[in-house]
Design a protein around this ligand. Structure first.
Ligand code: LLP
Length: 415
């Protein structure tokens, strides 16, 4: 059963009608389904079976402490990209020994804190980062576990902003430079080579880019073995794309099958860093229609959430389904742009959607669990949304709505 479905004409999250959440918490509000998150995690475990990968949940997809805590309790590791995300993982009860640290711009301070907590691995993305890490680790009398994030130069076929594995992208070290870098790492006293990794992008729905990347990585692993450089793990980066509209996402079983075929007989541990596929379809953004506005060329449903709450539509032209929480049979069906109150023409959540809605109605912006709240901002001095976790017939506030005073609490008037 889907975690979000209609019961007696009202859209529910698990067994809780979204009308109740709106009454008690207000809108806008992110709503997550506990069971959807657990099932998404279990799907990975099932699909990979005996390969038993370490899943390092990509915190950036949704870093609410309650969500990190849920994944920690399921045995997940974490992929982080900042000292802030490491602090969140620790606060949520995640084990630092399961943390991989990605990103092109790790600062010295971030390296120090990650070294102090003995994380599993630094995914190093440049020659300069390797030298800095070696120096910082030496200064702390530590040895940093490293993997190189290799840019395999394959086209992920997703939106250009979220494709990362092409040579023109800022990410990773060029495939052709990797051997030299591994040799250099082998000479450094304060780094220890533990793995190799790649991440070619997000919202990928085809198998071929993954397989292409893996083959390029394995080709390097073989060359490293010939030089007696042995690895403990192979990290294939982010997870699969999800269905927002009518995409046919790659089946996890097919992905797992292709990886198993290529890793059979190898002793390195497989690491994956899924984000979107663990939380994306387990969350929605609940919003209320403030006004219906009929322009000369377009009809607008002006809602109380905006691009500051969910940036994906305007940033990537991303599609999120919009469902009425209560079917409104008297309202005429009209083609609306669902827009927010922010002063930008790019402030839309959906365009050209046929909806039968009236002012005051609730709408659910679907598939908003990943890169929704985590990319939200306070633009237009809008307090960020509340977040609620639904579990069966019960729900829990996992982030209170920001107050306006909090938004300027750090600012100073002149004396
Ligand atoms: N590992 C690394 C190093 C990453 O950069 C990412 C995502 C992931 C793992 C997780 O990938 P996933 O399983 O979620 O595909 N804001 C964009 C997505 C940006 C993804 C950035 N990196 C969006 O809303 O579509």
């Amino acid at each position: 059963m889907s975690s979000f479905c209609y019961r007696d004409g009202t859209l529910c999250a698990e067994s809780v009608p979204l009308t109740r959440i709106a009454e008690e918490i207000g809108t806008p509000c992110y709503v997550y389904s506990h069971s959807a998150l657990i099932e998404a995690y279990a799907d990975y475990a099932r699909a990979f079976g005996d390969l038993r990968p370490l899943l390092c949940y990509a915190c950036k997809a949704n870093s609410n402490l309650a969500i990190l805590n849920l994944f920690a309790r399921l045995g997940s590791g974490f992929d982080i990209v900042s000292g802030g995300e490491l602090a969140r993982v620790l606060a949520a009860g995640g084990a630092p020994g399961t943390v991989v640290f990605s990103g092109v711009g790790k600062s010295e301070a971030e390296m120090r804190i990650a070294l102090a907590h003995s994380i599993l691995c630094f995914n190093v993305e440049s020659a300069s980062e390797l030298e800095r890490l070696n120096w910082v680790a030496g200064d702390m009398k530590r040895v940093a576990p490293v993997s190189f994030r290799v840019n395999p130069d394959v086209d992920a076929g997703s939106h250009p902003y979220i494709s990362t594995g092409l040579k023109e992208n800022k990410f990773g070290v060029p495939h052709g430079d990797a051997l030299v870098l591994y040799r250099r790492a082998g000479q450094l006293a304060n780094v220890r080579i533990v793995g190799i990794d790649c991440h070619i992008g997000s919202q990928i729905t085809e198998l071929s880019p993954y397989v292409g990347a893996l083959d390029r990585i394995l080709d390097l692993v073989t060359q490293l073995e010939a030089e007696n450089i042995e690895l403990e793990h192979i990290d294939l980066g982010g997870g699969l794309g999800i269905r927002y509209r009518d995409e046919t996402p790659l089946a996890l079983s097919d992905y797992a099958h292709a990886i198993r075929d290529r890793l059979v007989g190898r002793r390195e541990r497989l690491i994956l860093e899924p984000g979107r596929s663990l939380v994306g379809n387990g969350g929605l953004l609940l919003t209320r229609v403030e006004y219906l506005k009929h322009g000369e060329a377009k009809h607008f449903a002006v809602v109380d959430s905006a691009m500051n709450d969910l940036m994906r539509p305007t940033l990537y032209d991303a599609y999120h389904a919009v469902l009425p929480v209560t079917e409104h049979s008297e309202a005429p069906r009209v083609l609306y742009d669902v827009v927010g109150p922010v002063c930008e023409s790019g402030d839309f959540l959906a365009r050209d959607r046929e909806l039968a809605v009236a002012e005051g109605d609730l709408l659910a912006i679907m598939s908003a669990g990943a890169y929704g709240m985590s990319m939200s901002s306070n633009y237009n001095t809008r307090p960020r949304a509340a977040e609620v976790m639904i579990d069966g017939a019960t729900w829990r506030l996992i982030r209170t709505r920001e107050s306006i005073a909090e938004l300027f609490s750090r600012e100073q008037l002149p004396p």
